[in-house]
Design a protein around this ligand. Structure first.
Ligand code: UDX
Length: 434
C-alpha cells in the first residue's frame, strides 16, 4: 500500500517508520524544511530508542522517504494520514485544530482516485465530520472516506507500542475504507492484535477516554500516596495490593510528582472542554486536572520541608528533568514547576538529565547544568530525583554521599528503598512511604 503521513512529529514519524517496516511504501511530509532536510540525512529530531535504526533501515530499503512537497505523495496514496499537532488552544484548553484543517484542505486539492483520509492526531469528537465536510466542499467529485485511527503509543516505548499494541481502533462505517485499514494493519493480525471497528465519533472519544482514565488512575494513586504519608502506610504496597485485582490492574499505579508530557495534560483539558460544551461535564476529569496541577506545585514545598523549611542560599541538585525517562521531551514536565518554585525561595539549582538538557535550557532560567550525576550533586545541600532514568537507579551511594554537602535525598519517583537509604546514613524523603 502507498501511505502518506502528514506531519513528522512523534506520532507521524513513528507511525510512518513502522508502516514502512510493515512493508508499505511511506512518504512523510512536513512543512518544516529544516526538519525534512535533517530526516533526509538520517538525523532524527527526537530522542526515541530504536527509531534512528528503523528509519535508516527503511530508507535504505526504499520504503520510506521524506519531503516538503505533498503533491505526488498525496496524489498516489491509498491512505493519507493526518498526524499533525493539536496543541491546547490558549485560553480555553480546547484542542487547536488549525493544522488538521489545513492538512484536510491540502489533501482535498491534491488527492486522486479513491483515498482513505485517516486522522491519527488526537482530535475532539466530531472532527472527522468536519474534515469530511472540508474535503467535500472543495472537491465534491472526490472519492474518499475519512477514518479515525487514534494512536496510543507512549514516548520512550513508541516502536514496540506501535508494533505490539494492546488494540487498534478504527472508526468508520464504510466497508471499503475498513478493507484498506485491514490491509495496512495486516502484519498485526499475526500476533492476534484486536482491531476494533467502530463508528467514527466513538473512535475519537475512545482516545480521550483512555488518556483521561489513565491520568485519573495516576492521580488516584498520588492522592493515596498523600494519605499513606499521613497515616504511615506504604503506597507501593497499596498499589500492589489493589493492582493484583484484575479489575484494577497493576499498571499506572506509580505515585510520583504528577503526570506531564505531550498527551495527558492536553487531552484531559480537551476532554473537559468537549464535555462541558455538550453539557455533560465530567467531574472526575475536572478534579484530576485540578489535583495534578496543584500537585506539581506542591512538590517544591515537599523539598523545602525536607530541607528544614528554608532553601535560601542552598544548592539543590536535580537529577532528571524530562516528564519521564527515555525521552528528551520537557512538555509539562513536573520539573518546570518545581525548579522555578525552589528558585523563588532563594535556592540555587544545578541539574542533570541524560537527554533533556538541551530542551530544558530554553525553558528553565538560571540553572547550572552538570555533565553527569556525580558532578551534579557535588557540594549540594540536597539531591532531588524528578525523573526515574535507569542510570539513576544504581548510583554509587557512598560516592554520592561523599560528594553532597548534606546527605539529604528527596526521591519523587521512589527509585530507592527507604531502609537502604537510612542504612547509608541519608535523610531520605520519598512519595507515600514511611
Ligand atoms: C501517554 C499514553 O500512555 C499514550 O497511550 C498516549 O498515546 C500518549 O500519552 P506518554 O505521555 O508518552 O503516553 O507517557 P506515559 O508513559 O503514559 O506517562 C505520562 C505521564 O504519567 C508521565 O509524566 C509519567 O511520569 C506519569 N506516570 C505514568 C506516573 O506518574 N505514574 C505512572 O504509574 C505512570
Amino acid at each position: 500500500m502507498r501511505v502518506t503521513m502528514i506531519g513528522t512529529g512523534y506520532v507521524g514519524l513513528v507511525s510512518g517508520a513502522c508502516f514502512a517496516d510493515f512493508g508499505h511504501t511511506v512518504t512523510c511530509v512536513d512543512k518544516d524544511e529544516g526538519k525534512i532536510a535533517r530526516l533526509q540525512k538520517g538525523e532524527i529530531p527526537i530522542f526515541e530508542p530504536g527509531l534512528e535504526d528503523l528509519v535508516k533501515d527503511n530508507v535504505e530499503q526504499g520504503r520510506l522517504s521524506f519531503t516538503t512537497d505533498p503533491s505526488a505523495a498525496i496524489r498516489d496514496a491509498d491512505a493519507v494520514f493526518i498526524a499533525v499537532g493539536t496543541p491546547s488552544r490558549r485560553g480555553d484548553g480546547h484542542a487547536d485544530l488549525t493544522y488538521v484543517y489545513t492538512a484536510a484542505e491540502e489533501i482535498a486539492s491534491l488527492m486522486n482516485g479513491y483515498t482513505v483520509v485517516v486522522t491519527k492526531s488526537t482530535v475532539p469528537v466530531g472532527t472527522g465530520d468536519e474534515v469530511e465536510a472540508t474535503i467535500k466542499k472543495k472537491r465534491p467529485d472526490a472519492e474518499f472516506a475519512v477514518v479515525s485511527n487514534p494512536e496510543f503509543l507512549r514516548e520512550g516505548a513508541a516502536i514496540s507500542d506501535f508494533k505490539r499494541p494492546d488494540r487498534v481502533v478504527v472508526g468508520t462505517e464504510e466497508e471499503r475504507a475498513r478493507e484498506v485499514m485491514r490491509d495496512l494493519y495486516r502484519p498485526l493480525f499475526l500476533n492476534e492484535t484486536p482491531i476494533i471497528f467502530t463508528e467514527r465519533r466513538t473512535s475519537e472519544l475512545i482516545k480521550y477516554a483512555a488518556n483521561g482514565f489513565l491520568a485519573m488512575k495516576i492521580t488516584f494513586i498520588n492522592e493515596i500516596a498523600d494519605l499513606c504519608e499521613a497515616v504511615g502506610a506504604n503506597v507501593q504496597e497499596v498499589a500492589r495490593g489493589i493492582g493484583l485485582d484484575n479489575r484494577i490492574g497493576k499498571k499506572f499505579l506509580n505515585a510520583g510528582p504528577g503526570y506531564g508530557g505531550s498527551c495527558f495534560p492536553k487531552d484531559t483539558l480537551a476532554l473537559m472542554k468537549t464535555a462541558r460544551d455538550h453539557k455533560a461535564p465530567i467531574e472526575l476529569i475536572e478534579t484530576t486536572v485540578r489535583v495534578n496541577t496543584a500537585r506539581k506545585q506542591k512538590m517544591a514545598q515537599k523539598i523545602i520541608d525536607a530541607l528544614g523549611g528554608n532553601v535560601s542560599g542552598k544548592t539543590i541538585a536535580v537529577l532528571g528533568l524530562t516528564f519521564k525517562p527515555n525521552t528528551d521531551d520537557m512538555r509539562d514536565a513536573p520539573a518546570l514547576d518545581i525548579v522555578p518554585a525552589l528558585q523563588d525561595e532563594g535556592a540555587r539549582v544545578r541539574a542533570f538529565d541524560p537527554e533533556g538538557m538541551e530542551e530544558a535550557k530554553h525553558l528553565l532560567k538560571d540553572v547550572a547544568f552538570a555533565s553527569g550525576p556525580y558532578d551534579c550533586v557535588q557540594d549540594a545541600d540536597a539531591v532531588v530525583f524528578i525523573t526515574e532514568w535507569d542510570q539513576f537507579r544504581a548510583l554509587d551511594l557512598d560516592r554520592m554521599k561523599k560528594a553532597l554537602k548534606a546527605p539529604v535525598v528527596i526521591d519523587l519517583r521512589n527509585i530507592y528503598r527507604p531502609q537502604e537509604m537510612a542504612a547509608k546514613g541519608f535523610r531520605y524523603v520519598s512519595v507515600g512511604r514511611p
